[in-house]
Design a protein around this ligand. Structure first.
Ligand SMILES: NC(=O)c1ccc[n+]([C@@H]2O[C@H](COP(=O)([O-])OP(=O)(O)OC[C@H]3O[C@@H](n4cnc5c(N)ncnc54)[C@H](OP(=O)(O)O)[C@@H]3O)[C@@H](O)[C@H]2O)c1
Ligand SMILES: *[C@@H]1O[C@H](CO)[C@@H](O)[C@H](O)[C@H]1NC(C)=O
Ligand SMILES: *[C@@H]1O[C@H](CO)[C@@H](O)[C@H](O)[C@H]1NC(C)=O
Ligand SMILES: *[C@@H]1O[C@H](CO)[C@@H](O)[C@H](O)[C@H]1NC(C)=O
Ligand SMILES: *[C@@H]1O[C@H](CO)[C@@H](O)[C@H](O)[C@H]1NC(C)=O
Ligand SMILES: *[C@@H]1O[C@H](CO)[C@@H](O)[C@H](O)[C@H]1NC(C)=O
Length: 330
């Protein structure tokens, strides 16, 4: 009987399920070292709006491929789709405690007493009783009528701590905060953010921010991990490399991997949790398949040389806000 069970589980595992390593957070919990992104992005006409079940399908395929960490946000308008996929997979035997769901507080809810209610709204859409990680999406507050909210993000952070104490989020962190903003939170005497989520890709490697976070024990999630790698999605004027860069193609060939996989593996080796987004089943699967090889020093040095401090998502529309985070880098 036992032998049959072992055989069956081996048969399932051998069908391309990747086992993702975990990273320990400051608060003692573990986070899977790779996540699926769920922001639909912008096209030439602006924001891509959700249609029906495209993200639900992507999250379903991702969990089947071995992803255990899903990154979403109130602002992406897809929390309901994430929730349906998660509920379906739990119904099929995946345990809630083996999944790690991250979502984010939008800029319009920065008042301290709005944080827990905003998270409750996300939880209702997600059909969950708690999220594993709640992040302040941006340090910049802005009401729905587009006027700025000048709430101090330290007050917002107090609301995050309260939401955690209420059991609505197991871990809390921030996104798009710069080093001095994180340091203000660290110095505030409140708990230190467990996670920073920021843009990290070949063009924007942020070595000093990463070393600051390492020193403080803050785990970094890297968004827009492909940057301008794909010509059809590259920002005008973005520095190389593109996906056909001969030096990258050569490294990929050596490991029987693709260039996107090399870009993701490099982030893993920097200690960063990559968050690639894809709605395409084959890409969802191949993106995750980066835990069976490692890059050598010479290859990492080459990949490091692509760092030009070039930001894909500067959100210049908020540049006048006193808490705009990227002032020194534009
Ligand atoms: N905290 C923040 O402020 C913030 C900001 C931006 C992003 N994020 C998070 O980070 C996630 C990822 O960032 P992102 O969506 O900006 O960009 P990304 O993951 O770097 O790139 C996504 C694009 O790459 C394509 N793609 C994915 N894998 C591919 C592959 N193997 N080969 C070719 N093309 C591939 C996808 O196409 P298909 O979908 O058509 O396959 C999609 O168009 C977001 O979804 C979101 O969860 C957070
Ligand atoms: C996406 O487009 C919207 C307008 O539809 C704009 O407000 C937003 O800043 C854009 N986001 C990025 C990251 O370019
Ligand atoms: C919400 O989750 C519960 C289980 O926790 C499940 O029975 C229900 O079908 C889910 N609802 C949706 C809309 O997915
Ligand atoms: C915008 O919304 C905020 C919060 O609801 C309100 O305090 C402010 O007066 C509004 N401003 C304008 C110009 O409508
Ligand atoms: C190369 O990778 C592909 C796709 O993952 C796989 O199907 C193939 O067996 C690999 N080839 C070798 C020689 O490992
Ligand atoms: C960080 O953000 C603050 C605003 O809160 C800004 O004054 C400062 O210049 C920023 N630092 C960097 C390195 O961009």
């Amino acid at each position: 009987m036992k032998g049959i069970l072992v055989f069956v589980s081996f048969a399932i595992l051998s069908h391309a399920t990747v086992i993702v390593p975990k990273i320990k957070l400051l608060d003692g919990r573990n986070v899977p070292a790779f996540a699926l992104g769920t922001w639909l992005g912008n096209n030439t006409k602006g924001r891509v709006e959700p249609s029906s079940h495209e993200v639900e399908d992507a999250v379903t395929w991702a969990i089947e491929a071995g992803y255990r960490h899903i990154d979403t946000a109130f602002a992406y308008k897809v929390e309901d789709q994430v929730g349906r996929a998660v509920a379906k997979k739990i119904g099929e035997g995946v345990r809630r405690e083996d999944l790690f769901i991250t979502t984010k507080l939008w800029n319009s809810f920065h008042a301290r007493d709005q944080v827990a209610p905003a998270l409750r709204e996300s939880l209702k859409k997600l059909n969950l009783t708690y999220v594993d990680l709640y992040l302040i999406h941006w340090p910049v507050g802005q009401f729905n009528n587009l006027t700025y909210d000048y709430t101090d993000y330290v007050d917002t952070w107090k609301g995050m701590v309260e939401a955690k104490q209420l059991g609505l989020a197991r871990s809390i962190g921030v996104s798009n905060f710069n080093q001095s903003q994180i340091d203000r939170l660290v110095q505030s005497g409140l708990e230190t953010p467990a996670v920073l989520q920021v843009e990290i890709n070949l063009n924007l490697q942020q070595p000093s921010l990463l070393s600051y976070c390492r020193e403080k024990g803050i785990v970094v999630m890297g968004y827009t991990p492909f940057g301008s790698l794909f010509p059809s999605k590259a920002k005008e004027g973005a520095p190389p490399p593109r996906v056909d860069e001969p030096a990258l193609v050569e490294i990929a060939k050596k490991y029987n991997k693709t260039v996107p996989q090399i870009a993701l593996r490099y982030l893993v080796e920097l200690g960063v949790i990559p968050i690639p987004k894809s709605l395409t089943k084959s890409r969802i699967e191949s993106n995750l398949d980066v835990f069976d090889f490692s890059l050598n020093q010479e290859e990492k040095d080459l990949l490091k040389s692509y760092d030009k401090g070039y930001r894909t998502i500067p959100q210049l529309k908020w540049v006048e806000h006193p808490y705009y985070p990227f002032g020194d880098q534009i």
